[in-house]
Design a protein around this ligand. Sequence first.
Ligand code: NAD
Length: 499
Amino acid sequence: MQVEQLLDRLGVDPKQVKGGSLAVHSPIDGQLIGELTMHQPEDVDAAVARAKEAYKAWRTVPAPRRGELIRLLGEELRKEKEALGRLVSYEAGKIIAEGQGEVQEMIDICDFAVGLSRQLYGLTIASERPGHRMMESWHPLGVVGVITAFNFPVAVWSWNTCLAIVCGNPVVWKPSEKSPLTALACQALFERALARFGDAPEGLSQVIIGERDLGERLVDNHDVALVSATGSTRMGREVGPRVAARFGRSLLELGGNNAIIVTPSADLDLAARGILFGAVGTAGQRCTSTRRLIVHDSVADELVARLRKAYGSATVGNPLDASTLVGPLIDKDAFDAMQKALEQAKAQGGTVYGGERQLADTYPDAWYVSPALVEMPDQTDIVRSETFAPILYVLRYSDYEQAIALQNDVPQGLSSAVFTNDLREAETFLSAAGSDCGIVNVNIGTSGAEIGGAFGGEKETGGGRESGSDSWKVYMRRATNTVNYSKELPLAQGIQFGD
Ligand code: NAD
């Protein structure tokens, strides 16, 4: 199916994607696949005002009933997994398996959120006063503003929206200007679920089409209780202080610079497969992509040789072909940034293998590359920064402590992994003195997290956690309650006041 048919099947009104000033080009071949009308800044305020009204009604709907809406959304997504996944491929350039995988992630978070809707619990706390009870209650927070990046155009919305909705909050979403079509499709599917659900207030989920200025408008709106923003560290550096200045809450999911350490005892087959998926999958355009390989001297030659062979046979091509492993970069800017990084790596002593443009004759308006492997003498500036492209820097080490220090010595702190069969090395990596990232793995790569765990990272990755575990708490406010069921009024800390 072509884009037009996919949009039709997913319930997007064709008028929404024609004649507007936001041109969307498929990274597959550069073809124009949509011209969307952008919202105006006032539209953002109006959307937030509608959401605020919706909040007043939605917060009193019992959470398991709110979960029912997400159960219905999960059903719609199951029906349209194929079509939505394909649209992700057209708009973000992901290979079919990864486009489908992204929609599966949405289905998984729906299931998780439905269960969660019956588990929004607080603690009961022992009171120091006789005849008193203390407890905490969790209440809906308010309007949630969601800002997303192009590379997970649908999953990140669902991570936030499914949790926000069961927690009692409406969502106003500003998707990436590079992937607005999939956003319209998500909204259409949400509306199908709403129609079946029946009595939900208007404005529970809304989409704002436009560029960064509209994101800024959302960030500055005092009625947005939580801004959940996914994107570059540059974006987070702007968003974080602006939200803090009005004492709003933010959840930042920013850039990563993820490393895999391979030790002498590692299973090199496993390691090579984990590194390949992490470094070249999604053409290196995941926040959790493997960007650094820190390998022990004794196994470095063998591992690098295996990787070079595997890189040589990783098919670069149209992501809609089942045999393709590496699809295109999102646009020319991404290609230029990759070439610039490779030049810098060379200037800083690196030896570059791969990284050249591919398929320029077949797709003159698209940006395919062979993934690059770069041997570096040490962790120079370019290695310490995130380039959103398939570049894997290889560093060698001789001492395990030095390897962990290298892993940690970057500004970002998202995902990390060690391949080892040595219990001491594994446990050290997981310990307080080990990796400083939010995701720390053993014998599995850096990318491809499950939804059940809390997702996010430290340092310039922003510190946010979303998706599984107890991440729901960020979408709620906590009240501490003390109830006196005695006939006395004892004060805390034994204070005597008056008689
Ligand atoms: P980007 O920062 O260019 O844009 C992300 C979103 O932020 C877009 O919707 C954009 O319009 C908006 N935006 C930009 N500046 C803004 C501002 N000042 N105020 C409000 N909104 C603003 O990122 P991108 O190129 O789309 O995505 C790639 C980046 O996202 C990479 O750095 C990647 O690591 C990161 N990312 C992180 C995660 C994570 O969970 N940690 C997940 C996916 C992507």
